[in-house]
Design a protein. Structure first.
Length: 134
């Protein structure tokens, strides 16, 4: 399967999550334009506003290494239900997505996942690219 490694990296990242408050672990992995994969987990903080989601951790790691374009992202939270990215993460994905049709792979486990496009999970979005075309 095309995204097996991306899915595996997201599942592995989930195990590193720091969740002493919610006990809700999330892992994510992003595929960049050159084929690199960056993973991330959620990191909680007693000051909840300082908490960072797994998706943003993975994207920010890629950006900090010089990548500005993501081609796909995989996310796993609850292993019994599909955990979709939060609104803030969706907006960050839009900022760095190759286009609004990139795959967002939402995982329960290695064999159970669904694939949506970014446009499907954040319809009617507004991005810098929209500003450039105005």
């Amino acid at each position: 399967m095309k995204y097996d490694v991306l899915i595996e990296k997201a599942i592995e990242a989930r195990e590193a999550a720091y969740t002493p408050y919610s006990h809700f672990k999330v892992g994510a992995a992003v595929l960049t334009e050159d084929g690199s994969i960056y993973s991330g987990c959620n990191v909680e903080n007693a000051s909840f506003g300082a908490t960072n989601c797994a998706e943003r951790t993975a994207i920010f790691k890629a950006v900090s290494e010089g990548h500005r374009v993501i081609k796909a992202i995989a996310v796993i939270g609850d292993t019994k239900a599909y955990t979709y990215p939060c609104g803030i993460c969706r907006q960050v994905m839009l900022e760095f997505a190759e286009n609004k049709d990139i795959p967002v792979i939402i995982i329960k486990n290695k064999k159970e996942f669904i694939t949506k496009t970014l446009d499907e999970i954040i319809p009617g979005s507004f991005t810098k690219k929209d500003l450039d075309q105005a």
